[in-house]
Write a protein that binds this ligand. Structure first.
Ligand SMILES: Cc1cc2nc3c(=O)[nH]c(=O)nc-3n(C[C@H](O)[C@H](O)[C@H](O)COP(=O)(O)OP(=O)(O)OC[C@H]3O[C@@H](n4cnc5c(N)ncnc54)[C@H](O)[C@@H]3O)c2cc1C
Length: 390
């Protein structure tokens, strides 16, 4: 296998061009002199995925370009290099990552590979469902939805969304924006007792349930999927649900990487591996040991926070300073219910309706500005995004 060496400068590898990896790359470029460091971003796809808009793409209510951004451009803006490769394994002893195209030695490594769909080993689910957790998955969903709406012209199509968490509810609600109840029959199947497990504000859940009823979206709770077939699902209770399309929103698991163990990658409060102090990890890939309950909430907010902190700690480590400890506090969470409705909380206040929908978009713009600033064209595009719908 080809060994790809970068230069005589200190090599910093960032594995994963999601929110955590990009925030880390950007902050590193601000903190470290490019003369002494070679920063390289590795990602399997050439694009950064704007996951908080995936529900819109699944339902074909936004173009593909609005859910992705070129990693080559983003790396260029941070004076970093981008290499597209599918990473397969990590060797922490010999300090390199192995991908399909080559091996990548490092002095400092940031693991930010995120998470993909978790199918819980349920029979048939991986083969017979599409999922809303990756750019590829979302594009496949979008094509399938387009197919249902084009080819079954006049007939009603049945979409089953498996998973009644925030992702599943957003996807189902957005599908209803795209097609009325005469075109699409939408059912959410949830294994747990309740849809949308909001911890602090039960009133929000009630609002979601009222919205789903109004939008004529069916829901089945407390009945896990037992098996998926080509055109139907069997639930644990024995109930069978016919489906032209099954969209899996049933949870995530850390991206696989041989040599990096199973489950979320453990790091200390400095986001650093205890065993290999030159290895840092952020976002959905990482698990902060001894952190409080907020430390491991999977969100873009948390990934960006951790990406920046990892970069700051790398700079501190390089100059022999004391590292800073993570103390992440989420500012809130907002769920879209179609284009003009939503629920959530921000800094302890409940937000609903069009305010919540607008807030969701404003938060999206904030992420984009944080990640894109320094890249004027992309920043302008980011600012234009709330106003451009198809
Ligand atoms: C549908 C959906 C909606 C969401 N909505 C919101 C929201 O509204 N607000 C919010 O805060 N959070 C939201 N989230 C959660 C948020 O998107 C994630 O927590 C966040 O993306 C995590 O960032 P990350 O950098 O850890 O990983 P990711 O953003 O997943 O990035 C990981 C990157 O690593 C790459 N990668 C993975 N494996 C490999 C490999 N083997 N080789 C090379 N590259 C690889 C991937 O291609 C990807 O680019 C949503 C998630 C989903 C799925």
């Amino acid at each position: 296998m080809a060994k790809i060496d970068f230069s005589s400068r200190r090599r910093i590898l960032i594995a994963g061009g999601g929110f955590g990896g990009l925030a880390c790359m950007r902050r590193l470029s601000e903190l470290l002199p490019s003369s002494g460091y070679d920063i390289c971003l590795l990602n399997s796809s050439p694009y950064h995925a704007l996951k908080f808009r995936f529900h819109e793409r699944v339902a074909l209510t936004c173009p593909r370009e609005h859910v992705r951004a070129s990693l080559k451009l983003l790396a260029f803006a941070s004076r970093a290099r981008f290499i597209r490769d599918d990473l397969l394994a990590a060797d922490f002893e010999r300090k390199f990552l192995a991908g399909k195209k080559g091996e990548y030695p490092y002095d400092i490594l940031v693991l930010a590979l995120g998470a993909g769909a978790e199918f819980h080993s349920i029979k048939g689910v991986e083969e017979h469902s599409l999922n809303a957790y990756s750019l590829d998955g979302v594009e496949r969903c979008a094509r399938a939805v387009a197919g249902l709406l084009c080819y079954k012209n006049g007939e009603i199509s049945r979409v089953v969304v498996c998973g009644g968490g925030l992702t599943g509810v957003e996807v189902a609600a957005q599908l209803r924006v795209k097609a009325g109840a005469r075109r699409l029959e939408i059912t959410i199947v949830e294994a747990g007792e309740r849809l949308v497990p909001f911890e602090s504000f039960p009133s929000e859940r009630e609002r979601v349930i009222r919205y789903l009823k109004r939008a004529r979206i069916n829901s089945v709770t407390n009945d896990p999927v037992a098996e998926a077939g080509e055109s139907s699902l069997r639930l644990a209770s024995g109930k069978k649900i016919e489906a032209d399309l099954i969209i899996w929103c049933g949870g995530t698991r850390r991206a696989p990487l041989r040599g990096a163990g199973e489950g979320a990658f453990p790091v200390n409060g400095f986001l650093q591996s205890e065993e290999h102090p030159e290895v840092f990890s952020t976002g959905d890939f990482a698990s902060v040991e001894e952190g409080d309950r907020f430390s491991n909430l999977l969100s873009a907010q948390r990934a960006i926070y951790q990406g920046k902190l990892a970069a700051e700690n790398i700079a501190r480590k390089e100059s022999g300073e004391v590292l800073g400890e993570a103390s992440y506090r989420p500012s809130g969470e907002v769920t879209a219910l179609g284009d003009f409705d939503g629920v959530g909380e921000l800094k302890g206040f409940v937000v609903t309706g069009i305010t919540a929908a607008a807030l969701k978009r404003a938060i999206g713009v904030k992420y984009l500005i944080e990640l894109y600033s320094g890249l004027p064209l992309a920043a302008v595009r980011a600012l234009a995004y709330p106003f451009r719908q198809t």
